[in-house]
Design a protein around this ligand. Structure first.
Ligand code: OGA
Ligand code: MN
Length: 314
């Protein structure tokens, strides 16, 4: 069932009907989801609207799957897009380009792809913290880089707001998608700790996301992941099949909406000030803007170790 639906939504000819895709901008989904009560402990963090204003949903067909409708400010979206393009693909983080040795050693991918569209399109993933090993799927103490402070505190904020107080961000994958990219169905089961939730942030163009059951025979739910949307795969949904059969051009470029930058937005110590400057200056932002106008970026964050474990024992 998963494969069949994946193929259906991936198809260009004939194009699929989107009528059954959950769209959190539409009123028609209310029988399929449960909207949570607003959070009353008002707290906020750089780049996010106050937690009181978050719209959080549980999806009836997929217990454990939590959806937060874009809680980011415009500046917040720009910040994470810029981090993912400028900083996270830098060594010692790993990317799919490493083995090809395409980038001069004194340059970063972002620098060397300036004016080089081919190079720009070549980056598909970056990993940091414990590196995801795409072949063996085994994490190793010998293969890790520092987990960046900003993403660490940020993910903790999401976790604590949703009462996953013990969650510890230890591994991240950033996926870079173009309008013709797909991600085939899979489960994420390599972490020693499979009770901990998995956090996923989406920016840029819209993904059509499928999530089914622990077996490939379960018919998946189809939903849109738009710029700024967050999903959490927890409990029963943590080990479910999921994938991205299609990227769609978004309607609403919410990273460019004409709200004023909030000059009073509290700037925490762990925010990268250079990156922030790039986002606030429309000229400097231009290259990042061109990229995200045709691409999607997904950051997904996992805990690897079990409680009390100090290293992976493999
Ligand atoms: C992954 C993944 C989903 C997405 O990297 O494991 O499932 O939304 N990504 O890109
Ligand atoms: Mn996955």
């Amino acid at each position: 069932m998963f494969k069949q639906d994946f193929k259906y939504y991936k198809s260009k000819k004939p194009p699929p009907s989107y009528e059954n895709v959950l769209d959190f901008d539409s009123e028609n989904i209310l029988h399929k989801v449960i909207k949570r009560e607003r959070i009353t402990t008002n707290s906020s963090l750089f780049g996010l609207i106050p937690t009181e204003e978050w719209e959080i949903y549980d999806i009836k067909e997929n217990p454990g799957l939590v959806f937060i409708k874009n809680p980011f400010t415009r500046l917040g979206q720009r910040y994470w897009i810029t981090r993912c393009l400028k900083s996270y693909p830098e060594t010692p983080n790993k990317t799919n380009l490493d083995i090809h040795d395409l980038i001069p050693h004194n340059e970063t991918w972002w620098e060397s792809s300036k004016g080089d569209n081919e190079m720009l399109k070549k980056l598909r993933w970056a990993t940091f913290g414990y590196h995801h090993n795409w072949d063996t799927k085994i994490y190793s103490e010998n293969s890790k880089s520092i987990f960046p402070k900003d993403l660490y505190f940020f993910t903790k904020h999401f976790a604590e707001t949703l009462s996953f107080n013990l969650f510890n961000p230890e591994a991240a994958i950033v996926n870079y998608y173009h309008l013709d990219s797909t991600l085939s169905g899979h489960t994420d089961h390599s972490e020693n700790n499979l009770e901990a939730p998995l956090f996923s942030f989406s920016f840029g163009q819209t993904a059509l996301f499928l999530i089914g059951g622990e077996s490939i025979d379960v018919k998946p739910t189809a939903l849109y992941l738009k710029s700024g949307d967050v999903i959490i795969m927890s409990k029963k949904s943590r080990l479910c099949y999921h994938g991205v059969p299609k990227i769609l051009n978004c309607v609403n470029k919410s990273w460019n909406l004409n709200e004023n930058f909030d000059k009073d937005e509290l700037i925490e110590d762990f925010i990268d000030k250079n990156v922030l400057n790039l986002c606030c200056d429309n000229d400097k932002w231009e290259r990042f803007n061109n990229y995200i106008n045709n691409s999607r970026i997904n950051i997904n964050i996992r805990q690897v170790l079990r409680k009390g474990e100090i290293k992976v024992n493999k």
